[in-house]
Design a protein around this ligand. Structure first.
Ligand code: FEO
Length: 169
């Protein structure tokens, strides 16, 4: 069974979203690296790679079932970065949008009785729970340790730990 036109459009849009996320995290990793936040930089470089993997998962899924994925341009990442906390907040908001979009694809799959896409998307549901939790936890760190230079150093160190955990997975 081929994908419906609506499902094809939704999955293609999801590819762009994942690609946007990868590019956003790459931009943020680069900003962190030059700003001296090495832990955060390594976290965001790993995050950028992960998002590219998410994008590829959908590309392969579509191609394997005979609906060629459409590869479109992604958006330019934010340039006027003000602080690490701002990046984390934006990351959480972006991830919440991705979660919403994934839930919409699942709702469409249910409506169309497209069991295959429904099952395929379950992995993304779990992944989004983890990603939102990760950014939520980092934001909470700011509440606990504060926002002065030493506090940001602590957050940066904490993010380095998460980055190395991701590398091992
Ligand atoms: Fe793959 Fe974090 O969205």
């Amino acid at each position: 069974m081929k994908l419906s036109d609506e499902m094809r459009k939704s999955l293609n849009e999801q590819i762009v979203m994942e690609s946007d996320a990868s590019s956003f995290y790459l931009g943020m990793a680069s900003w962190c690296e030059v700003t001296g936040y090495e832990g955060a930089a390594s976290f965001f470089y790993a995050q950028s790679d992960e998002e590219r993997q998410h994008m590829l998962k959908i590309v392969h899924y579509m191609n394997r079932i005979g609906t060629m994925a459409d590869i479109s341009a992604c958006s330019e990442p934010k340039k006027d970065v003000k602080s690490l906390e701002e990046i984390i907040r934006t990351s959480l908001e972006n991830e919440q949008k991705v979660t919403q979009s994934i839930h919409q694809i699942i709702t469409l799959a249910e409506k169309e009785r497209d069991r295959r896409t429904f099952d395929f998307m379950q992995w993304f549901v779990k992944e989004q729970i983890e990603e939102e939790e990760t950014f939520d936890n980092i934001l909470q760190k700011f509440e606990v340790v504060g926002r002065d230079k030493l506090a940001i150093y602590e957050v940066d160190k904490y993010m380095n730990g998460i980055g190395s955990k991701q590398d091992k997975e």
